[in-house]
Design a protein around this ligand. Structure first.
Ligand SMILES: [Fe+2]
Ligand SMILES: [Fe+2]
Length: 257
């Protein structure tokens, strides 16, 4: 599989391409110094899965590619978080965790300086850690979270759980998808994700020949995929393309710098 880069997703004549390529070069350079961080691999996997969901949702090709490019820079703000925190084996302290959470805002601040950048870049960087149930970084809930960020959140959590990191081993994918679709008291579960997008993603994973799951896990995921959107109290006819995005300047005054 060829490696995904911004130039594969953005037209040559877009004025913002050099700035996004420069941001991507910083991420690649960071990984060259700290290979364990795997920011490039993570961002590329998130981009591929987010684009696959977006295609199912009905994004135009241009919107889907812009979303993919936005995924490549979704964790750009991590470069502003100290590497001692980013690559720390073991549990973060409260202060370290608070700094880690700021990466979403750091990325947003860096990207918003780029003239004429499509909004999806800043929205994805800032809101990819929102949770559908309102328990994310800035507390946005449900449809108030931009659709692009709701899609990226699913791909992001999926990859973070599947991947081996310096502080944890990777988990089998069947187990992970089951945890993502289960209503759960542990914090991870259906309520955390847009149920419509999560269903599309679970369906895509089931259809992938590389998807590994036990028979009970597969049956559980198939049952989830077969449930009606109405059961999740989601509007089946959501118009994602024209979904009104929140004003980022007003979304969380406490985080404005
Ligand atoms: Fe992130
Ligand atoms: Fe991420």
């Amino acid at each position: 599989m060829s490696l995904l880069n911004p130039r594969d997703l953005i037209d040559d004549d877009e004025a913002f391409l050099p700035a996004i390529e420069s941001a991507w070069a910083k991420i690649v350079g960071f990984d060259a110094v700290f290979p364990n961080s795997d920011l490039t691999g993570h961002s590329r996997r998130v981009a591929r899965n987010a684009m696959a969901i977006a295609r199912q949702v009905g994004f135009s090709q241009r919107d889907m590619f812009e979303l993919g490019a936005a995924c490549l820079t979704h964790d750009l703000g991590k470069l502003d978080v100290g590497t001692s925190i980013l690559n720390k084996p073991g549990i973060l302290t409260d202060i370290e965790r608070a700094e880690m959470r700021r990466h979403a805002h750091y990325g947003f601040l860096a990207l918003r300086r780029i003239p004429d950048l499509p909004a999806v870049f800043t929205l994805v960087a800032r809101f990819h850690h929102e949770s559908f149930d309102g328990k994310g970084y800035e507390g946005l809930q449900g449809d108030a979270i931009p659709a692009a960020a709701r899609i990226v959140q699913i791909a992001d959590v999926h990859d973070a759980l599947c991947s081996r990191r310096v502080y944890k081993p990777g988990e089998p994918e069947g187990k992970i998808i089951c945890a993502m679709i289960r209503p759960s008291r542990s914090g991870l579960g259906r309520g955390q994700f847009d149920p419509h997008f999560l269903r599309l993603f679970a369906k895509l994973r089931l259809a992938d020949p590389d998807f590994a799951a036990t028979a009970p896990e597969r049956a559980e995921i198939e049952a989830f995929v077969a449930t009606e959107p109405g059961l999740d109290q989601v509007h089946a006819q959501r118009d994602v393309a024209t979904h009104e995005l929140p004003d980022v300047a007003d979304a969380a005054p406490s985080l404005r710098l």
